[in-house]
Ligand binder design. Structure first.
Ligand SMILES: Nc1ncnc2c1ncn2[C@@H]1O[C@H](COP(=O)(O)OP(=O)(O)O)[C@@H](O)[C@H]1O
Ligand SMILES: [Mg+2]
Length: 284
């Protein structure tokens, strides 16, 4: 269990809070999504949780033990990918992983197998500096799991990737979860979050504005509707009916009784729509 309690962060000591009283916890083996637009404070929280930034105020505990008391051995169990790829540009992709693996005092993955799993096998001997943006991102992702971490921090791991690559990485993330890894994922992509996360927190201006399972958020804030397609006089007609409105409920029943229904889809609000509803702003 990871616990973050009443954490604040002020970068320059002038009272402007990048993180403003944040509290959440992540049970072992779950994927927790931290969602919010650029500047919301997502990376700051990750950097505090990984010890990259010194904790100013509040508590961050791993299995009850404060991050302030962790020794370096603890970081052997963690994997991180940062938002900005910090790679050795003169080393090849393979050499980058090999070098990084050497920094750990725990068993590590085979660099070539890792490169293969993220679709970089054929670029293994190419200099990382010559990689495209998406390739660098995949290399950073591969690097984040090289020490077989039990806790994985991923800062916008999928942003800007093409759909094919994104789904390959999402599958690896899911497999890690199945292996019991606890994952903290920051993203401004609500679709990814919905797809992957057990719980999500919406972050806006350094504060959490809602936190729950994606499904519960949709049930709580979304307006549930059904889209009905039916045949009438040789034509296909479509109606959208809201289930919490009495008259729409009656209309739906009447349609089912009297028309030939062709399709019936329930439509849920997307997390993006809910974020808009709660904050009055979008995610980009
Ligand atoms: N190194 C820094 N020094 C000063 N302010 C920073 C620094 N890094 C981020 N900030 C500010 O903190 C706020 C949160 O930023 P960040 O955590 O990077 O948000 P996100 O990852 O959600 O885009 C922003 O207002 C940003 O400008
Ligand atoms: Mg960020």
């Amino acid at each position: 269990m990871i616990e973050v309690k009443n954490v604040f962060h002020d970068y320059d000591g002038k009272g402007k809070l990048a993180v403003d009283d944040i509290t959440f916890s992540i049970p072992r083996g779950e994927i927790f999504g931290f969602l919010g637009p650029s500047g919301a404070g997502k990376s700051t929280v990750q950097n505090l949780m990984t010890g990259l930034l010194r904790l100013q105020k509040g508590e961050i505990n791993y299995e009850g033990k404060s991050i302030r008391d962790m020794d370096s051995g603890f970081f052997n169990k963690m994997g991180y990918s940062f938002e900005h790829p910090n790679l050795y540009t003169k080393l090849t992709g393979y050499e980058n992983l090999k070098f990084y693996a050497g920094l750990f005092s725990v068993p590590t993955e085979d660099p070539l197998k890792l490169l293969e799993s993220v679709g970089l096998a054929s670029a293994a001997s190419q200099k990382a500096g010559d990689y495209s943006k998406g390739m660098k991102q995949r290399l950073v992702f591969a690097r984040s799991i090289i020490n077989k971490p039990r806790i994985l921090f991923l800062d916008e791991p999928l942003s800007g990737l093409d759909p094919g690559t994104s789904s390959v990485l999402r599958e690896i993330i899911r497999r890690k979860k199945q292996d019991g890894v606890t994952i903290f994922l920051t993203t401004h992509n609500m679709f990814e979050a919905d797809d992957l996360c057990d719980n999500v927190a919406f972050l806006n201006n350094g504060r959490i504005v809602a936190m729950d399972k994606p499904r519960n958020l949709k049930l709580k804030y979304g307006e549930k509707s059904v889209k009905v397609e039916y045949g009438e006089k040789g034509q296909v007609k479509t109606e959208v009916l809201f289930l919490d409105k009495d008259e729409d409920g009656k209309r739906l029943k009447a349609l089912i009784d009297t028309r030939q229904i062709q399709t019936l889809h329930s439509q849920e609000a997307t997390l993006e729509q809910i974020f808009m509803k709660l904050t009055g702003r979008g995610l980009s």
